[in-house]
Design a protein around this ligand. Structure first.
Ligand SMILES: *Cc1c(COP(=O)(O)O)cnc(C)c1O
Length: 404
């Protein structure tokens, strides 16, 4: 293939060259005396990404789904009552897992395009004076609908009710791209994975846990083996793992953490916001609507775009793929055929966003959507120009001269 398929799905995301090269190494001995010098700093650097006050981070050779399972199986008891909400394919799957693992789910079924219902949560928690609810779950970024939820708001609801439940957050498509303040917000388990904001291949389940979650682990009677915190802690403290770690992926993680540190988390969040805003400007200029019902739900990592009545979103996806060499995200479950998604997280700059908007514009026109060529790309260009301070990568003429 002459040119790589332009990848604009919300994970796996584009892998920076430095990360890809860091993984292109010979196999290594994961029990060598040198190995802990490599692994121990990674655990510490991950804590900075999650903005933790206490606790620790586990790295599993699994996808994000494994970290979901780890969070549940390590901190709760069979039959525990938990508060969850469902408003998209990912929040739906976590609910499904919780039920299959034997939890008693108090469920808020919300309209797709909205997010965690803070008022309902506050109400349910206030009424639960016996503290039967042992954990409250929230999907920070619902990848299927492009909806972000207010995790600080969930913490407020818990505090207002003086409720001691654990706070479990799915941050798979937000951590490293949208602010996550585990310490400040009192998040007890934050689930992530390698193939989204961390800009790596799929294959690492990353779970950050507070000291409170570690304490809950001591009395948790859920069955667990592969994901057991106890086994991990025994070996992780020495810089090793209870089974063969995905060493190449962890080498890549090292490179990714270096990039994150060099750019700075706040700059990364601002860049994601800017990329997302440009996409939203284009959507508005096309006269189309997002699946997210209100601006407060807008996600800075993925936009789910509704196609007009009578148009099949799958046709747009196919056209983009076959005619313009571009992968967009499909509509999942309830929104299949109704939305296509543009993933705008990870290693992206203005030109890449401009490129995908250009290809989406042509695909929409080819599928009979009544838009004007250049309208969306033009709106995005104007937005980028009016907000430009420096290039997305932080490289300036001055920094180039210095490097030379
Ligand atoms: C991708 C994703 C998951 C699932 O992760 P896998 O790595 O596919 O197991 C869970 N939650 C959210 C919000 C996601 O975006």
């Amino acid at each position: 293939m002459l040119v790589q398929t332009h990848l604009f799905i919300p994970g796996p995301t584009n892998i920076p060259e430095a990360v890809r090269q860091a993984m292109n190494i010979p196999m290594e001995d994961m029990r060598s005396p040198e190995f802990p010098k490599f692994t121990l700093p990674i655990f510490e650097d991950l804590k900075k990404v999650f903005k933790m006050k206490d606790g620790r981070v586990f790295i599993y050779p699994s996808s994000g789904t494994g970290a979901w399972e780890s969070a549940i199986s390590n901190t709760l008891n069979p039959g525990d009552k938990v508060l969850m909400s469902r408003f998209g394919q990912f929040s739906l799957l976590w609910v499904d897992m919780a039920e299959r693992m034997g939890l008693d789910v108090v469920l808020c079924d919300e309209e797709w395009g909205t997010g965690v219902p803070l008022e309902k949560y506050a109400d349910i928690l206030a009424k639960d004076t016996a503290h039967e609810i042992k954990a409250v779950f929230a999907t920070q970024n619902e990848t299927a609908t492009g909806v972000s939820s207010d995790i600080a708001g969930v913490r407020k609801a818990l505090d207002a009710a003086k409720h001691p439940a654990l706070l479990m957050v799915d941050g798979v498509s937000s951590v490293g791209s949208i602010d996550m303040r585990m310490g400040e917000w009192g998040v007890d388990c934050c689930v992530s994975g390698s193939q989204k904001g961390f800009m790596l291949p799929t294959g690492l389940g990353i779970l950050a846990v507070s000291q409170k979650a570690l304490d809950a682990n001591k009395t948790s009677k859920m069955r667990r083996c592969y994901f057991s915190f106890e086994d991990m802690i025994k070996t992780n403290d020495l810089g090793f793992f209870p089974y063969t770690p995905a060493t190449q992926l962890i080498r890549g993680l090292r490179a990714s953490l270096n990039l994150i540190e060099a750019e700075g988390l706040e700059n990364i969040f601002a860049r994601h916001h800017r990329m997302a805003e440009a996409v939203r400007k284009a959507v508005a200029a096309w006269g189309l609507k997002l699946c997210a019902k209100e601006p407060k739900w807008h996600s800075d990592t993925v936009s789910a775009i509704l196609v007009p009545e009578g148009i099949d979103a799958n046709n747009v996806l196919k056209t983009a793929y076959y005619r313009y060499n571009t992968s967009l995200g499909t509509g999942l479950n309830k929104v299949a055929g109704k939305v296509f998604r543009i993933g705008h997280l990870g290693a992206l700059d203005e030109g890449m966003i401009g490129g995908v908007l250009f290809n989406v514009e042509m695909s929409l026109l080819d599928c009979g959507v009544n838009i004007k060529a250049g309208s969306g790309t033009g709106a995005a260009a104007e937005y980028f120009r009016s907000t430009a301070t420096k290039s997305a990568t932080g490289v300036t003429e001055a920094s180039e001269k210095k490097a030379a």
